[in-house]
Design a protein. Structure first.
Length: 148
């Protein structure tokens, strides 16, 4: 990969560009990977390789907004599910079906990028089901818990 430094709106970015002779090719902007397809001189499609939210990128290399799933801080519209706020590995599940929980109570931990993140209840209620198990790898937006 070829490393270049660019400045966009007075903000520096370190960009690594893969082999542009194949399509799509990989571009890494400040550590976030993107798959890029070129059409002539303009970018036709940009999509994140990882589904984690990315830092702001230079203009032609911008992540495509993630579809429907909502992060843990903002559960699905029904309020009956808690989804993964980022991809990672589930650790230390602290509740089981039937447990009553309060707002802010830790339900489990999620290890992402070698950091342990507490996943907390966004509301009071009763756990209807635990959709994951210790050691399970989850994707962004995947359902972790259902409330009754």
């Amino acid at each position: 990969m070829k490393k270049i430094k660019v400045i966009v709106n007075e903000k520096p970015y370190e960009v690594e560009v893969g082999d542009m002779s194949i399509s799509p090719f990989t571009v890494v902007v400040n550590g976030q990977s993107y798959q890029v397809t070129l059409e002539g001189e303009q970018v036709q499609e940009v999509r994140p390789v990882a589904s984690a939210p990315a830092a702001p990128a230079p203009r032609p290399v911008a992540p495509v907004p993630a579809p429907a799933p909502k992060p843990a801080a903002a559960p699905a519209a029904s309020g009956d599910v808690l989804t993964a706020p980022m991809p990672g590995v589930i650790l230390d599940i602290a509740v089981k079906p039937g447990d009553k929980v309060t707002v802010g109570q830790q339900l489990c931990a999620l290890e992402a990028m070698k950091m342990k993140n507490a996943i907390r209840s966004p509301r009071e209620g009763t756990i209807a089901s635990v959709e994951v198990q210790d050691g399970q790898r989850v994707n962004y937006g995947e359902v972790l818990f259902r409330f009754s």
